[in-house]
Structures are given as structure tokens and as C-alpha cells.
Design a protein around this ligand. Sequence first.
Ligand code: ZN
Ligand code: ZN
Length: 292
Amino acid sequence: MDRVSPADAFELLAAEPRMDILQSLVAARREGRTPLAFSTLRHDTAIDDSGRFNYHLGKLVGTFVEKSDDGYDLSYAGRAIVAAVIAGTYTDAEQKAPEPLDDDCVLCGAAVTASYDDGDLVVRCDEGHDLFVTGFPPGAAGTMDMATLLEVAALRTYQRIEFAMTGRCPECFSPLETTPTTADFGGGDMHVFEAQCAACGEGFTASAGTYLVLAPEVVAFYRDHGVDVHHERPWAVSVALDGRGVDTDGHGEATVVSTDPYRLRFDLSEGDDTLRVTLDGRGRVVEMQRPS
Ligand SMILES: [Zn+2]
Ligand SMILES: [Zn+2]
């Protein structure tokens, strides 16, 4: 397959018959009928003029459609664009009434509310602290109640963080740069990692605590004390885990022990038990000490 520029790829989809062809292939995939013979695809697409059908199909083959000896099917790019359309990435009609959550704000203790409007999911406290802000495709959000939406969005956030740890963009798989820094969310600086893709522009910032709770050893430490932090709701990750560098509630603190290379050390404690964990500049665990 020749490489196609992003502009050419968008151009390819600009003609109505091409969307009809893709839709016929989607329907056939749902019914387990792919690949489709030329005559079947033409019949399903209901384009009477064979020259016209041929022309538009020819434009799609090699990009969104692949052709084999058995017939025609969606290519990887074709499946990806269809999934994005179904998730409603390109629609913006969905809005949900704000819903109060059971959680208190990890920064100030105030009540917390979730809202969704025009692709933006926001968990915010009554004092105005934005605890969780993420984009989510409206078509998919429209099929979920708020609790499900929050659960799915949280899971996706952790997946994105795991991609960032491997140095790859979760959207386009190009190299992703991660910069450790601090950000003031109100009430003091918090250690955060800023991830940015140079290719597609995807970027996100998450607290060091959300990186920390992905480490199996940290999950095991808290599990020993009856606390489940695995895939903990990102807006409810405790203050100590958020690495604010202050021992606010006796559970631990975070310290930058080296800037080159970057090393962020957490000293976690539960009762008499302690765990020392050090993260590198991408939020990966590089050192762990748990006195037995
Ligand atoms: Zn607050
Ligand atoms: Zn990207």
C-alpha cells in the first residue's frame, strides 16, 4: 500500500458512494459475511451504475478497503474510522445532567459532582477544583448512564497512562514525550506527568499518584491493609498518593530526590508498615523497598 497523506485520507471519504461502500462492508462484517465478492458488494451498496461503483471502490482499495482473492473487506484503517464514527467522535449532541458523587474532594473535602457536555467529562468539587477532566466521544457517552461513563472513562485514563509509560501515543502510536513537573490544583503543588504526542497533538496531564497505583507492588501493599487502589477512581486517589509532597494525613509523602535523571520517591505508610517507591521521568517504578 502506498502511504497516503492525512489530507488525502480525509479527501477519500468526501464522496457519498464511498461511505455507502464502507457501510455495506460494516453490515456484512456484523453478519460474518466478509470478505464480499465484487458482485455482492455492488448489490449491497445499491449503486446501479457499475462504472461509478468501480471508480469509487477503486479509490478506497489500498486505504480503507482491502482486496484479497476472496473479495473485499475493511482494512485496519477502515475498521478504525468506522469505530470512531460509531463512538460518535464526530457528533456533539450529547449532554448529561450533573450528578453528585459519593466522593469528597481529595483537595478540600467539599462535595463532588460529575457532568458531561459536548464531549467533555468533568468531575469538579463545589469549591471549583477540577479533579478529573477528559474528552469522551458523545455517541458512546449517549449510550451510558453517568456511573458507567465514569467507569469507562477511568479505565481509559489508566490505559492512556500505561501507553505513556511505554513512550507511545495511545491514539496514533507515535513516540510520546513525558515531562515530570508540578501543577497547582489549589491548596499546593502536586507532582504530575505531562504527556504530549508530537505527531497527532494528543496530550494529557495526570497526577503522579495515578501512575503510582498502576504498580503491582503498590497495589499489593495497600491490599495487605484492606485497601483496593487498583484502577481506583482517578479523582478519588488519596492525597498521599497524589504526591503533593506534603504529609497531610499521615499516609506518606513524595519527594523529588534527583532531577537528572528524574527520580520521584514516595514514602507510603499504613500503620507500622512502610513502602518506599521511586518513579522515573515517565512514571515507571525504578526502585522499591519494603522492610519486612
Ligand atoms: Zn475541592
Ligand atoms: Zn499521537
